[in-house]
Design a protein around this ligand. Structure first.
Ligand code: PEP
Ligand code: MG
Length: 589
């Protein structure tokens, strides 16, 4: 066997949390081998028909999958299969294949594969991460068509003989849908990224998963013992007894912690001396709202509406948006839902709006800038939110505000939409709150004047850090420079909270720092009013809030503000956190 060595650690990307321990099941798939064949003139039309038939059969197959996932997970996840169907209906690809068959007189699989590979190559050159990840979708779809043309049976994931961990070169979302909980303990793949659909589905189904393991699959024979650590994004191959024992203990502790944190669900997020913090959740998909509620979220602090089209690769119309916002309002009522208007651009791809090549997309045509350039598009979203607001629990939040002009211009458009609705006698919440994200340093510096024109602030540390430190948040080469606890960041946060409070508006945080347990006491100490975290982090953050005194947190924040080195600050906050919660953390080590 190639890897006799014990405890060999393979580092990948964490796609879905949790620990799985079990034997590896290699998912060997029949390799698609494509031959180039010449056709005689009279065979050509028959070949074109054969291609159309394969497309059709693939469509039927995908529609069935869509139906099944709608039943299991709801229509949100099923949207992916609409994207698949769109790929199958792509006129550009299909026309090229048909004319290739007719003009070159070659077999359908040869021409189809060539056209698809060329499309994939072009997309792979793109710097757009979202677009790059769609390569996996195109491959999954084209494999189905090729299987049909070549008479290869479509892969299915049969139940494993004994529960185990699936290891594959790559997996398609359709594969994850077929995995049975309890039978499949988790999965590991060589390809894939954090925000791929496969990762999203793994999280929704609760499968621990590690992706991006590069050559792990080919190094396995199958049947080896594995520890898959979805939190750390690593796989340990052939662990020795000691390692196995320690991970079994870690898995047990994580489960225990989950159970004990679950007891907190109905309790308020308040400090020991009764200072209340609004603890809400960030969501991307409508289906995430259930996880948020189950974990005790007091509302939705950030709904990233751009996922309405990122998930379906189509811009949602007014009706679809209205349905989505109404669904959330009803589901979360009487708690509040903050709908953030589209934040497209940057690393999020826009399908239909005017997209042009940009050397620096993060400094380019993104979020509120794009919305203000496309007032009809923006007004459609505002109208959909307003129409869904009758219950009185929706708020609007604007992303990427850099200064007063953008805020005032947005308010003008909002007022226009409101008057149009009044004229048509369409009911909406007249008192709907309008807030802005503070995620550009200029906005933090101008917080005092901005606060006079809006109802709340939510600090977006993900972007605030990248723009303040000039570090691209998606570039792994400079990830070490992306320092959440840089003194400049702490100063901007402090200033934002103070300026908000001076003007009597509440200040929250929806950037990832709100999800970092090391930061919780510090943020409470600065006087933050709301923390919006990832749904699964809510119980842990709540536990911290419930174990501290406000005064003590204020002192901590004061001390941290005196330090002027990121590493010192992080160490200082971490030490405080470890001191108080080390028994909790031992589950993670
Ligand atoms: C942020 O920038 O911190 C934020 C919450 O927005 P996003 O991550 O969607 O850019
Ligand atoms: Mg942001």
């Amino acid at each position: 066997m190639k890897n006799q060595k014990k405890n060999r650690i393979w580092l990948g990307i964490s796609a879905s949390p949790g620990i799985a321990i079990g034997r590896a099941y290699r998912l060997d798939r029949e390799e698609i081998k494509i031959k180039e064949e010449d056709l005689s003139s009279h065979q050509v039309e028959e070949e074109a028909l054969r291609f159309k038939k394969a497309l059709n059969e693939a469509k039927i197959e995908i529609s069935k999958l869509k139906e099944s996932i709608t039943k299991k997970l709801g229509s949100e996840h099923a949207k992916l299969f609409d994207a698949y169907l769109l790929i199958l209906e792509d006129e550009y690809i299909n026309q090229q294949v048909l004319s290739g068959i007719r003009e070159e007189k070659k077999n359908a699989e040869f021409i189809y594969n060539r056209v698809v590979q060329k499309t994939i190559q072009t997309i792979s050159l793109s710097r757009d991460e979202y677009l790059k990840e769609r390569v996996a979708d195109i491959s999954a779809v084209s494999n189905r068509v090729l299987n049909r043309l070549l008479g290869i049976k479509q892969h299915t994931i049969e139940p494993l003989e004994t529960p185990g961990i699936i290891v594959a070169h790559s997996l398609a979302p359709g594969d994850v849908v077929q995995m049975k909980k309890g039978n499949v303990l988790g999965f590991a793949t060589d390809t894939g990224g954090k925000t791929s659909h496969v990762a999203l589905l793994a999280k929704s189904f609760g499968f621990p998963a590690v992706v991006g393991l590069k050559t792990f699959f080919s190094s396995l024979k199958g049947g080896e013992m594995l520890i898959l650590d979805g939190d750390e994004g690593e796989v340990i191959l052939s662990p020795d007894e000691l390692t196995l024992k320690s991970y079994e203990a870690k898995r047990e502790k994580l489960l225990e912690r989950k159970r004990s944190l679950a007891d907190l669900t109905g309790l308020p997020a308040e400090t020991k001396d009764k200072r209340k913090i609004e603890l809400s959740a960030n969501i991307e998909l409508l289906s995430d709202v259930d996880t948020a509620i189950e974990n005790g979220a007091q509302g939705i602090g950030l709904f990233r509406t751009e996922y309405l089209y990122l998930a379906s690769s189509d811009l949602p119309g007014e009706e679809e948006q209205y349905q989505a916002y109404s669904f959330l309002a009803r589901k979360v009522y009487p708690q509040n839902v903050i709908i953030r208007t589209f934040d497209m651009g940057g690393d999020k791809f826009v399908q239909d709006a005017e997209r042009v090549y940009e050397a620096n997309p993060f400094l380019g045509w993104r979020a509120i800038r794009a919305c203000l350039d496309l007032p009809d598009f923006f007004k459609t979203q505002l109208r959909a939110i307003l129409k869904a607001s009758s219950l009185g629990n929706l708020s609007i939040m604007l992303p990427m505000i850099s200064g007063l002009e953008e805020l005032l211009k947005s308010k003008e458009l909002l007022e226009e939409v409101k008057s149009e609705l009044r004229e048509k006698k369409v009911p909406f919440d007249e008192k709907i709150k309008l807030g802005i994200m503070i995620e550009i340093p200029s906005a933090a510096l101008e917080a005092d004047s901005l606060a006079q024109h809006c109802d709340f602030f939510s600090i977006g540390t993900n972007d605030l850090i990248q723009y303040t430190l000039a570090v691209d948040r998606t570039n792994e080469r400079i990830a070490h420079l992306y320092q959440s606890f840089h003194p400049s960041i702490l100063k901007l946060i402090k200033k934002t909270v103070e300026d908000g409070h001076k003007n009597n508006i509440w200040v929250g945080m929806c950037g990832e720092m709100a999800t970092d347990p090391k930061a919780t006491s510090f943020l409470v100490g600065l006087g933050i009013d709301e923390l919006s975290t990832s749904p699964l982090a809510i119980p842990q953050i709540k536990k911290i809030i419930r174990s501290i005194e406000f005064e003590e947190a204020r002192n901590l924040a004061e001390q941290a503000m005196k330090l002027n080195d990121s590493k010192d600050i992080e160490r200082f906050l971490d030490e405080d956190y470890q001191r108080k919660f080390s028994h909790e953390n031992s589950a993670r080590t």
